[in-house]
Design a protein around this ligand. Structure first.
Ligand SMILES: Nc1ncnc2c1ncn2[C@@H]1O[C@H](COP(=O)(O)OP(=O)(O)OP(=O)(O)O)[C@@H](O)[C@H]1O
Length: 265
């Protein structure tokens, strides 16, 4: 059983329309937007997997479908064997998501935020694990600070901590290092790599390709909602004769043949 399984996932966001046009039975002003087209993918337990692609390629949409925040128009997705729609609770419990956007409640301290998050998963007396997460993310001295008093980078650390409170076997990080300093990057990657060594499956989206090259054993590249490359990182570089992932990425994204570069993992 895969940690993450995507079977022919397509997603079309509904067309933009106005209430008046709807009332008059007129067609929408713009057609719907197809964000994902027939995406199939298996991520095995224990993998450190990179999901790459330019802005608007569909990475966040895919993550939203896994987290139950968006529904696929067609296809099936599962986390640790649990269908993200029909077995939502089990699937969500198996997943920790670090969102791209800084979302937080300004009325709580860091520790309260993590206790509340634990409560969503029915976990009481989770303080030992919360303390361990705080220590590993360099947040221990901020535990009693109010969320609104934290810097942007510190808030991002709390988002990472929130994703981990229920010890999910699969951790998805959606651009976790966007706009954060070198210190946090190091702390974060040390901690995430340790979690990976301990058996957690990691799915990472990032625009920092050198980070993806260093960390991810296997990579999928999305372009306009389709998978255009799926391979082990080293094999991908060797096959394209590229010096680094950035060069490979540019070549694949500018390849107009539309051929999918896929090899068995
Ligand atoms: N809620 C929504 N309603 C309508 N369109 C959306 C919605 N969310 C995303 N889109 C569109 O779907 C496409 C894919 O967006 P998505 O955010 O998944 O891309 P991404 O690969 O995560 O991009 P980025 O690297 O910029 O984060 C884009 O064209 C985006 O404008």
């Amino acid at each position: 059983m895969s940690a993450v399984r995507l079977e022919s996932i397509s997603k079309t966001y509904p067309a933009h329309t106005t209430a008046l046009r709807r009332l008059l039975g007129k067609p929408p002003l713009s057609p719907g937007l197809r964000a994902l087209s027939d995406v199939s993918l298996d991520i095995e337990h224990g993998e450190f997997f990179g999901l790459l692609g330019p802005n608007g390629a569909g990475k966040t949409t895919l993550i939203s479908i896994l987290a139950g925040l968006a529904h696929a128009t067609s296809g099936r997705a599962s986390v640790c064997g649990y269908d993200v729609q029909s077995q939502y609770r089990q699937a969500r419990r198996a997943l920790g998501v670090v969102p791209q956007e800084l979302v937080y409640d300004p009325f709580f301290t860091v520790r309260e935020t993590l206790r509340i998050q634990s409560g969503y998963f029915g976990l009481r007396r989770n303080d030992d694990w919360i303390d361990e997460i705080l220590a590993n993310l360099g947040l221990l001295d901020k535990a009693e600070a109010n969320m609104r008093a934290l810097s942007g980078g510190m808030k991002r650390r709390v988002l990472v901590a929130q994703a981990l409170v229920h010890r999910p076997p699969v951790i998805v990080l959606d651009e976790p290092t966007a706009g954060v300093d070198v210190d946090l990057r190091r702390t974060l990657w040390d901690f995430v790599s340790r979690l990976n060594r301990e058996g957690h499956t990691i799915v990472l989206t990032t625009h920092y390709l050198e980070e993806a090259e260093e960390l991810c054993g296997r990579i999928a590249m999305l372009k306009a909602g389709r998978i255009v490359a799926l391979d082990r990182t080293a094999s991908l570089l060797a096959r394209l004769g590229s010096q680094d992932l950035e060069e490979a990425f540019v070549r694949i994204m500018h390849d107009e043949t539309g051929a999918t570069m896929e090899l068995p993992a």
